[in-house]
Design a protein around this ligand. Structure first.
Ligand SMILES: *Cc1c(COP(=O)(O)O)cnc(C)c1O
Length: 493
């Protein structure tokens, strides 16, 4: 006899009322389109009030709430307090802006909800392979190179450097690990390299000491003479130099190492050549800027982002590896429950490696869809023009800074990053640092613009990194005007 419990109707998370869910979905769509269209009318950032934070310390919601209520809470407490990076005057750190089409693509991808870690003969795999082929073409990589879309450039650097370590170790790294190595493995980059490279060295068990940070020259590019000397010195001490990491666009100044020279040194020294091209790689899209990243096509592995200078919504980055066999040797692992490649039929039947064979994650989202749709719809020439537009805007800002007697340019504006400061005559270095730190805070707090701060050769700098397809020249005029006004106000008061 069935008990009453057993005949209770089963539950699901599908909508109880599809029509009211449809109505809500349409409202969300309308709201978000209005939100995107009117972004310029709002401040780039506003300090979230304390009650917003308090709102998110609620007890565990055991019982349901109407979805309209939850959405209302989102509209009131979440939506108005973003970090601000979709705004035309947000240039802090290196943030991407996203697009309307990218947001739509995320909805489509989540609706299909495929797991792209593996299986074969399903469309999402073909889409990702297609996008990776396009990326190889942009980077000048051979067609038989391998690649993987990642959450970002941090993951891409970790994957590239893991392959580098395993390829160059004098032990079977997967089986015996670094502990079996008698020689210390060392890698090389400029002092301007991104922190994710150090994190990778730490996570890979190499230790941050193994990452030899070399001085950057006046142009903030790696000093190749010092690099060669460091490699020779490490060899003399019996260490095992294994990798050079080149920067295509440093975070501080956008400097691009001499990648051709680094490729040459790597070849001569039999080292792996990895490039962190987080945003600088996209200079390759423009026929004039391309020259700046000459040599990127010679990298053994290349890490980059599509959520920064390709303007796609978070998160999406990628890694390319020239030698597919090396790539697979580091990551492929096939327990019986993940067997693939037999029979040529069924979801596990294809003979090709799965995406999980190229990285450390098994389950993965369909992030390729937003890349595929965006590149097809906008066309790669449009991206090339936007990258160029951002570089020209950065040069425009640098000229504004140079012609304003109150301002000083700190470092060359070689790409899309401009560092400058308010430098009234008669103030000392310490006072200038303090003043500019306060200017950055005021620019943000007053909702004028969001630059970030950094230190350039020890001096505090206002830093503008332009990966924003919504910025206009007038936005930079406003930034300069307000920086001077706030600077004078703070210096006077
Ligand atoms: C942003 C950035 C990274 C890290 O990329 P994420 O996508 O944030 O993980 C690495 N290198 C450089 C030069 C960057 O600008």
């Amino acid at each position: 006899m069935a008990r009453e419990d057993d005949i209770r109707p089963e539950e699901t998370l599908d909508p109880e009322d599809w029509e009211s869910m449809r109505a809500l979905g349409r409202r969300m769509l309308d709201d978000m389109l209005d939100y995107a269209r009117t972004v310029r009318e709002r401040p780039p950032w506003r300090h979230a009030p304390d009650e917003v934070e308090a709102r998110f310390q609620a007890p565990l919601p055991l019982d349901p709430s109407p979805v309209e209520e939850v959405y209302e809470e989102f509209r009131t407490f979440v939506l108005p307090y973003p970090v601000g990076n979709i705004h035309p005057r947000f240039w802090g750190w290196v943030h991407g802006t996203g697009t309307v089409l990218g947001a739509f693509a995320e909805f489509l991808a989540a609706s299909m909800n495929p797991n792209t870690g593996g299986r074969d003969f399903h469309s999402a795999i073909y889409v990702e392979r297609q996008v990776i082929d396009w990326l190889k073409e942009i980077a000048g990589f051979p067609r038989n190179a391998s690649g993987l879309l990642t959450t970002g450039c941090s993951a891409a650097n970790l994957i590239g450097l893991a392959v580098a370590r395993n390829a160059k170790a004098d032990r079977d790294m997967r089986k015996e690990g670094l502990q079996a190595c008698r020689r210390r493995m060392t890698l090389y980059a400029s002092e301007e390299i991104h922190s994710s490279v150090q994190k990778s060295a730490e996570l890979l068990g190499l230790g941050s000491d193994a990452l030899r940070l070399l001085p950057a020259g006046a142009d903030f590019r790696i000093d190749c003479g010092a690099l060669e000397e460091a490699i020779r010195r490490d060899r003399r001490y019996g260490h095992l130099p294994f990798c050079i990491v080149g920067a295509a666009g440093t975070t501080n100044t956008g400097a691009i190492d001499d990648l051709d020279a680094l490729a040459e040194i790597s070849r001569e020294e039999n080292l792996w050549f990895h490039v962190d091209g987080a945003f600088g790689m996209w200079a390759a899209l423009d026929s004039d800027l391309k020259n700046l990243v000459r040599g990127i096509e010679k990298a053994d592995s290349l890490a980059f982002d599509l959520h920064k200078w390709m303007y796609m919504p978070y998160d999406i980055g990628g890694v390319l590896v020239r030698d597919e066999e090396e790539h697979l040797r580091t990551f492929a692992l096939r327990p019986p429950y993940l067997a693939h490649g037999e029979g040529g039929r069924g979801l596990a039947g294809g003979g090709l490696p799965w995406f999980t064979d190229y990285g450390f994650e098994l389950s993965r989202s369909f992030r390729a869809l937003k890349a595929w749709m965006s590149m097809k719809h906008h066309g790669v020439r449009k991206y090339a023009r936007l990258v160029r537009q951002n570089v020209e805007q950065a040069r425009y800002l640098a000229r504004l800074v140079e012609t304003a007697p109150e301002l000083e340019l700190l470092g060359p504006a070689a790409l899309n990053v401009v560092c400058f400061r308010f430098a009234p005559p008669g103030t000392g270095e310490a006072a200038r640092d303090l003043l500019n730190e306060r200017i950055v805070v005021e620019l943000q707090e007053r909702g004028v613009a969001v630059p970030s701060g950094t230190r350039i050769r020890g001096r505090y700098a206002i830093r503008v990194a332009n990966t924003n397809h919504r910025s206009r020249r007038e936005d930079f005029d406003l930034l300069v005007r307000e920086t001077i006004r706030i600077g004078e106000e703070l210096a006077g008061g």
